[in-house]
Design a protein around this ligand. Structure first.
Ligand code: SAM
Ligand code: SF4
Length: 344
């Protein structure tokens, strides 16, 4: 099959599905403490609708699917969705991003249903602090989830960590050292100005360059070429079993390697995380559109995928150095659509 390409010759083979906007945590950088107004049940795509979209996308050339949210493991009967997507011809890789709270309970059954691997978001290995950042999570439960995921073969396990100055930056080296003794892929994600509008500030934000510089005190970081690396740039500490990834949405655009489309929980196709442009698939699905029309809308979203976002551009550089607390005009507006609804 000819690969699916956008207007800038990027191969688009990855679909991220936000399957729910609900979450059992309230991470400081992602949601306000009271949460966000949940979508009505009827506004959320049904599993049948999601599966139909993935079938059509797979016929066009999508090979990788990630389930995210909100917290994907809070959606009922997720094993049905996993096993149905796994059976779709052309889907080679099915993964999930989760906060891990429900992994102990579900790891075995989601692995048996066909999930290949998980990314687990953990921003601190200190129980009190973990609770502070997530506002209600139990680190012990997540750690049991990690053990269960490993046992169930959901590997390689990727740990997503958002470093925030004054909050968990003293743990950056511990997270990096974790790769010396485990096969984890530890990924540091630059905190983005999305989610809780009041939380993000240049004072809290840590750049990838700063992180790398600090981590190199352990040992040099050798670049690692991964087969499917996506937005992460990977490195290995000397003699390490695992690898360290950096996802630098603000300071090092990865737009030239962007291979993804996003589908929001309420059925909007989003060509770029940082653009408000969306294509409404749900209305077409619910008005009886034939597969050809869904295909056309998928192709349209690929054609209009922007070349890049302008976060971290000149304006944001000035903004970052100003140490003020305003939002970059080009950042996606957290009030309009929080990360938990787009699917981070
Ligand atoms: N609830 C699941 C979880 O936390 O893994 C999946 C959804 S969450 C929105 C996906 C990822 O987005 C998490 O790794 C989270 O840390 C990240 N994320 C959320 N808000 C972010 C922000 N403002 N900046 C950087 N990463 C963010
Ligand atoms: Fe929930 Fe994930 Fe957002 Fe935390 S980052 S509030 S776990 S959706």
């Amino acid at each position: 099959m000819k690969p699916l390409q956008d207007s800038f010759s990027r191969v688009i083979d990855y679909l991220r599905l936000s399957i729910t906007d609900r979450c059992n945590l309230r991470c400081l950088y992602c949601m306000p403490s009271e949460g966000v107004l949940p979508l009505q049940h009827g506004d959320i795509l049904s599993y049948e609708e999601i599966i139909r979209i993935v079938e059509i996308a797979a016929r066009l050339g999508v090979k990788k699917v990630r389930l995210t949210g909100g917290e994907p493991l809070t959606r009922r009967n997720i094993t049905f969705l996993i096993s149905s997507i796994k059976k779709i011809p052309g889907i080679e890789d099915l993964s999930m991003t989760t906060n891990g709270l429900l992994l102990e309970k579900y790891a075995q059954e989601i692995a048996e249903a066909g999930l290949d691997r998980v990314n687990v978001s953990i921003d601190s290995f200190k129980p009190e602090r973990y609770r502070e950042i997530t506002r209600k999570g139990s680190l012990e439960t997540v750690k049991s989830g990690l053990v269960a995921a490993e046992k169930a073969g959901l590997k390689p396990i990727k740990i997503n960590m958002v470093p925030i100055r004054g909050l968990n930056d003293d743990e950056i080296m511990d997270f990096a050292r974790l790769t010396l003794t485990t096969e984890y892929h530890v990924r540091f994600i630059e905190c983005m100005p999305s989610g809780d509008i009041d939380f993000w500030s240049p004072d809290r934000y840590i750049t990838t360059d700063e992180l790398k510089h600090a981590i190199e005190a352990i040992s040099p970081l050798t670049p690692v070429r991964m087969r499917k690396h996506g937005p992460s740039k990977y490195y290995r500490l000397s003699g390490a079993k695992g690898v360290i990834g950096f996802i630098s949405a603000l300071t090092h655009h990865f737009c030239e390697d962007c291979n993804r489309l996003r589908l929001t929980a309420d059925g909007k196709l989003r060509p770029c995380l940082f653009s408000e442009t969306e294509i409404d698939l749900k209305s077409s699905l619910r008005s009886g559109a034939p597969d050809e029309e869904i295909e056309r809308l998928l192709m349209l979203s690929i054609q209009i995928k922007p070349e890049g976002h302008s976060l971290g551009g000149e304006k944001e550089s000035r903004f970052l150095s100003m140490k003020g607390n305003m939002m970059p005009e080009t950042a996606h507006s957290p009030e309009k659509r929080p990360m938990s609804r787009i699917g981070g």
